[in-house]
Every structure is written in C-alpha cells, then in structure tokens.
Design a protein around this ligand. Structure first.
Ligand code: ADP
Length: 443
C-alpha cells in the first residue's frame, strides 16, 4: 500500500504518540510525547516541502486524464451513433421487398438484406464473409456480380449501373427477377463493391396476365351482343321483317341486347373501380332485413313472370351492418336474380337473414330449388366471365355478377361469400358482413 506524504506524516506521528502514551511512564512518557510532537512537526514540514511539486504534476495528470476520458466518451458517442445509423439502414434495407446482396473485389459477400433469403443457399447469418459462389444459389447472379467487379476494376475500369432480368430462387421454384447491378467505390482505398438489388416480378407478371385475359374476355363478351344487335337492326332496316309482329320481335331482341351490353359495361366498370380502390364506399348503418325486402320488391315482376315463389325469412334480431346500402342491395339483387334465372318455372326461392354470434356477423342467404351447380364448376364460379356451359342457353347473363358480389362483400365490407349446391336439387348462395355494433337490442 502506498501513502501520500501528508498521510504518511500524519499516520506515523499519531502512531508514535500513541506508542509513547501507551508504553511510557512519568518522565519517560513526557519524553516520548515530546519526541512524538517533534517527529510529527518534522514529517509535516517534510511533506509540506514535497507537496507543491507533486500536486502540480498530479493536477496536470488529472486534467490530462479528464481530457482523455472526455475524448473516449466522445468517441464512444460517435461510435454508438454510427452503429445506430448502420442498424437503422440495415432495418430499412430489410423492410424493402428488394433482395440486396453485395460482394467485394475478392468475391466475398459483404452485405445481405433480409429479403435476400430466396437467393441464398446458406443461412443468412453465415453468408457474410463467404465467397459469393458458396453463398448464392444461382450461378447466374454470381456471374453478374463478378462481371460487374471485373468491369469496375479492369484496365478500362468504369462504374457499372445496369438492369437485367434473371430467373432466381430454388431450382424447383425459379421466379423472374429484375436485377439492378451497380458498382460502388469505397471512399478510402481502392476497394470496390458490386451490389445487386433484385425485385421479384412474379406478382406483376400475374397481374399483367390477368389484365390481358380480362381485356380479351371483355372484348369477346362485348362482341357477342354487339353482333346480335347489329344483325337485328340490319334485318329491320333491310325490310326483312315480314310482319309488324316480326318487326316488333326484332326490336325487342335488339333492345334486350342493348341492355345486356350496358349491364356488362356497368359490371366491368364497377369491378375495376372496386379492384383499383376507386369506388367510394358510402358507409352507413344498413339494415340487411330492409335490404332484402327492397331486393325482393325490385325482382317481383321477374319472379312472377317465371311463376317462382319468393319467401323471406328474417330472424327477430337486429341485422344491422356497417356498409354501403346501394352496394349491398346490388349483392342481394344479383343473388336473387340468379336464383330466379336458374330455377325452373314454378320453383321456390327463400331468402334468409340472421346473425351468426360466433363470427359476429349478419348472414344473408338465397336458397333455390333450381338446377344446382356441377362440382367441377364450383371452384371457378366467382371468376370473371365464368358461366356454367350447359346453362348458357337457359338464361342470359354476363358472367360478372358473382365476381362483382365477391368484390363488394370481401374487398369493401370485409365479409365472406360462398355457395353450397347439389345438381338437380338447388343451390344456397350466402354472404356475411360483420355486425355494425355488438350488443344492440333485439329488433
Ligand atoms: P350470369 O350473369 O351469367 O348469371 P354470374 O356471375 O351471376 O353471371 O353467375 C355465373 C354463373 O354461375 C352463371 O352463369 C350460372 O352458370 C351459375 N349460377 C349462378 N347462380 C346460380 C344458381 N342460383 N343456380 C345455378 N347456377 C347458378
């Protein structure tokens, strides 16, 4: 243990005094006490002589130490800020859909973003520092990165920035990717990085395919009523209708085709507005029991014409939902109109409205005693333009009604739509929409 001069003088003086007092007697005790006092004074004096120099040095050292401590703290703050910035950038990179990887001039992996998993043949946390050829699944991507490094470090070195399309991912599930390839020079030294940022094009391609399919189906469906309309109008203008009745019949068909055309266009527009998010939803509290009654009234003439009995059964509970009154009416009307169309004359259609406490929703269903739907048609029933082949001659339609219902129920109201059916016995189409407010009193 080392003591500073002051403490040493103090401790030794005190020790000597204490020894003198404890051990000495009479004169001896006084002698010892005097000796102690002089020793104490000597020591204190000696310490006083040494102290100024050593204190100055110690103070300077303490100042240096404090400055150093300050610098260390500053460095630590800068290091922490840099680490936080790097972590933030890493998280931003991980949150992007893009898969980003980078290699250095030695072909070693220097960066792997969170979205890059499908491109890796090894676990992401083991990829950094490995050779690209060992870490990346697809040799095409390794080659592209390596060629970028070569171009940026060769004799005519030039920065690379280009776009290419590659099939990437596991061999059994290759997907089309758009890859942006760029080289970056490190700020210090002659280091170069080749960065590949890949975007999965699968969803985009599928959307483009669906659009193409929609356009070709739509033009095909529009062409049919247009051709028929044109033919009947030509027959009328060419005087081919022999009698007044025949002329009236041709005109009736032409009018019907015009209506079909306008229904088709309305449905197409409605569906595309809903799908593109352009359809504004007027949300209010909608009583589905009232909606059903309105739909039955609107289709009363159609049902009578085919001698179809339409019954309405509603539960004695509140069936109010949050939704767009017009759109929900459109759904019920579509389902009801189909039930009437695809049920032989004299059949029966029943509309039910009730709540489902389990899913906290209101369920409306339309049950008919009609043709029923063949099992192979069921999976495609809600697709655009799909019509059951054998029923085409039985009733006119657009093949868009059920698709529109699905969009309205599922996309705009967060509900569900479905069907159960037995060929020859009939079908039950249903949809559910979450209740407006739990705990309402019974209606
Ligand atoms: P459409 O205008 O042709 O009726 P939808 O999209 O409403 O178009 O219906 C698609 C197809 O589903 C119909 O063409 C028909 O084949 C079948 N379908 C719909 N509702 C019924 C039903 N209640 N009974 C039997 N088949 C039905």
């Amino acid at each position: 243990m080392f003591l500073d001069p002051y403490t040493f003088a103090l401790v030794s003086g005190c020790l000597a005094c204490a020894l003198g007092i404890v051990l000495g007697r009479g004169a001896t005790r006084r002698q010892v006490a005097r000796r102690c006092a002089s020793l104490f004074a000597e020591r204190a004096d000696a310490s006083a002589k040494v102290a100024p120099m050593e204190l100055e040095a110690a103070a300077a050292a303490a100042t240096r130490l404090r400055r150093l401590q300050g610098e260390v703290r500053d460095h630590e703050t800068v290091r922490r800020a840099a680490e936080a910035r790097a972590r933030r950038l890493e998280r931003v990179l991980d949150s992007l859909d893009h898969a980003t990887v980078a290699i250095d001039r030695f072909g070693e992996m220097k960066l792997v973003s969170g979205g890059a998993d499908p491109l890796l043949g090894v676990a992401r946390d083991t990829a950094i520092g490995r050779k690209a050829a060992e870490s990346l699944r697809n040799p095409a991507l390794v080659e592209a990165l390596q060629s970028a490094i070569d171009a940026a470090t060769g004799p005519d070195a030039a920065a690379v920035n280009r776009r290419l399309e590659l099939e990437l991912g596991p061999d059994a599930a290759l997907r089309p990717y758009e890859v942006r390839l760029a080289t970056l020079r490190e700020e210090r030294g002659d280091g170069v990085l080749a960065v590949a940022s890949a975007r999965d094009l699968t969803a985009e391609r599928e959307l483009a395919r669906l659009k193409d399919e929609f356009v070709s189906q739509a033009s095909h469906e529009l062409r049919t009523p247009l051709a028929s309309l044109r033919a009947y109008l030509e027959m009328i203008s060419d005087g081919e209708a022999a009698t007044e009745e025949e002329r009236a019949e041709f005109l009736r068909i032409a009018t019907e085709e015009t209506e079909r055309l306008s229904r088709l266009l309305d449905n197409m527009l409605n569906i595309s507005r809903i799908e593109s998010g352009l359809r504004h939803v007027e949300r209010t509290e909608v009583d589905l029991k009232a909606t059903v009654r309105r739909a039955v009234e609107a289709l009363d003439a159609q049902a009578r014409e085919r001698s179809i009995m339409v019954a309405v059964r509603t539960a004695a509970v509140d069936c109010t939902v949050d939704g767009d009154a017009d759109l929900l009416l459109e759904v019920v009307q579509n389902l009801l109109s189909n039930a009437i169309k695809y049920t032989p004359e004299g059949g029966r259609v029943t509309v039910h409205v009730d709540t489902d406490p389990l899913t906290r929703s209101v369920v409306a269903s339309v049950t008919d005693t009609g043709l029923g739907i063949p099992p192979d048609a069921m999976p495609r029933l809600f697709d655009k333009f799909y019509r059951v082949e054998n029923f085409r001659r039985l009733a006119k339609g657009t093949g868009l009604g059920l698709n529109l219902c699905k969009s309205i129920v599922e996309n705009l109201h967060g509900g569900q739509i479905g069907v159960e059916s037995t060929v020859g016995r009939g079908s039950r189409f249903w949809f559910s929409v979450p209740v407006a407010n739990v705990g309402r009193k019974a209606a």
